[in-house]
Design a binder for this molecule. Structure first.
Ligand code: ADP
Ligand code: MG
Length: 392
């Protein structure tokens, strides 16, 4: 597998360098960053809880070099398109993909960093919009590169925030910090537990020897997603506010003990109760998974993933028929762990599968899913890899 990754990286790097040479007549250093998975810790971010992401072997790569002007010329190999723009606020490019690059330039400048004109060519292999955060990979590649090229000495956490602010201010996406955080901080063989309330983080070893980590993309996205998301947030806020009346230290649901939720059972709706029950359970499950990883106990990790899926499906009610189908199939085929990953209502399941069961599981998932839903799922085998970096 590592061999495969190296080959894949080399191929992409070569393509980028060749295009850069053809367009700009010289060579340029190459930077990269990665998409991400989140092993566990779903819908916990806005509740002040933990998330547990890692960078993956799907990423973005860019050759970048100053060009001595005040203009940026950036070429997207995947869209086969050039975008040119200045660095002032009013220079926002018309190509949607270029807004990510422009936003990173602007957010770096806003933080007092230096950015001048540059030429760039980039490409990637993170599937767009599949829940692996291709946008964070793109932002993080450029945020890291500009910081390195102009020696701005912006701290890593702030580089992640540059990506997040880019989404907020230039791409119209009000995202949290997890994706950019994972993309910037990711390390091979390690997942990172991030406390979304305090910003504290800790690396945990992730070396699932004898297992594979695989995403099955249902390729559906149900309409409900954004209105349901807002409703879930409201439920959590209501439950937290009620608990706070008895326990003033509770600012977020993640601060509450399970028992405290029972104390307000009569004060909140049954629906809000179930939502809160999921969140409080999920915060604990992240901690349990971290403990299990320190013992190399991947069976417990897997069991927690199933519990998360149950919670997301039955208590939080953000799953859907396609995802429940994939989860049930995983259970039936003795897959170690499986759950919906991301906000829900579509997207991928993330699965921890023993090597010897892998081929059979993937074959069954493809066949049975296609038979039931009329289209094939997509399969992404992922390996926890390095995040933002300069390539040698
Ligand atoms: P995701 O969940 O993958 O982050 P988004 O909709 O947030 O999905 O971001 C996808 C957008 O990011 C694309 O529409 C495109 O503008 C940009 N992008 C991602 N990867 C690439 C790429 N390889 N080349 C050009 N643009 C990309
Ligand atoms: Mg995105």
């Amino acid at each position: 597998m590592i061999q495969e990754i190296n080959t894949k990286t080399l191929n992409m790097k070569t393509r980028i360098q060749e295009k850069y040479k053809a367009l700009f007549g010289e060579e340029a250093p190459v930077y990269a960053s990665a998409g991400r998975i989140n092993l566990i810790g779903e819908h916990t971010d806005y509740n002040g809880g933990y998330v547990f992401p890692g960078a993956i072997n799907f990423g973005i790569m860019a050759a970048i070099k100053p060009n001595g002007t005040d203009k940026v010329k950036v070429f997207s190999l995947d869209f086969d398109q050039m975008s040119e723009f200045g660095l002032k606020e009013e220079d926002k490019p018309k190509e949607a993909w270029a807004c990510y690059v422009f936003g990173v330039c602007r957010e770096t400048l806003k933080r007092g960093g230096k950015v001048e004109g540059f030429n760039a060519v980039f490409a990637g292999d993170v599937p767009l919009g599949a829940g692996l955060s291709s946008s964070a990979a793109l932002e993080s590649t450029f945020a890291y590169a500009l910081n390195d090229i102009w020696d701005n000495k912006i701290e890593k956490f702030e580089l992640a925030k540059i990506g997040q602010s880019t989404e907020h201010n230039y791409c119209g996406v009000k995202c949290g910090i997890m994706d950019q955080f994972a993309s910037i901080f990711g390390k091979e063989g390690a997942l990172i537990r991030l406390n979304c309330k305090t910003g504290e983080y800790k690396y945990f070893p992730f070396h699932p020897k004898g297992y594979k980590l695989v995403l099955i993309d249902s390729c559906v996205k149900h309409e409900l997603a954004s209105s349901a998301y807002n409703k879930r947030r409201e439920s959590c806020e209501k439950a937290a506010a009620e608990i706070k009346k008895l326990h003033p230290e509770v600012d977020f649901l993640s601060d509450a003990k399970r028992l405290w939720l029972d104390e307000v059972r009569d004060k909140i709706s049954q629906e809000d109760f179930l939502r809160a029950e999921y969140v409080i359970g999920e915060v604990q499950r992240v901690l349990d998974v971290c403990d299990a990883l320190e013992r190399d106990d991947y069976e417990t990790v897997g069991e927690m993933m199933y519990q998360t899926h149950f919670g997301l499906s039955r208590l939080y009610e953000v799953s859907c028929e396609e995802l429940d189908f994939l989860n049930k199939l995983a259970r039936k085929m003795d897959v170690t762990g499986s759950r919906v990953m991301g906000g829900g209502f579509g997207g991928c399941t993330i699965n921890l599968v023993k090597d010897e069961l892998y081929d059979g599981f993937i074959k069954a998932a493809k066949e049975q899913f296609t038979a039931k839903f009329g289209h094939a799922p997509k399969i992404y085998e992922v390996v926890i890899s390095d995040g933002a970096r300069k390539l040698q």
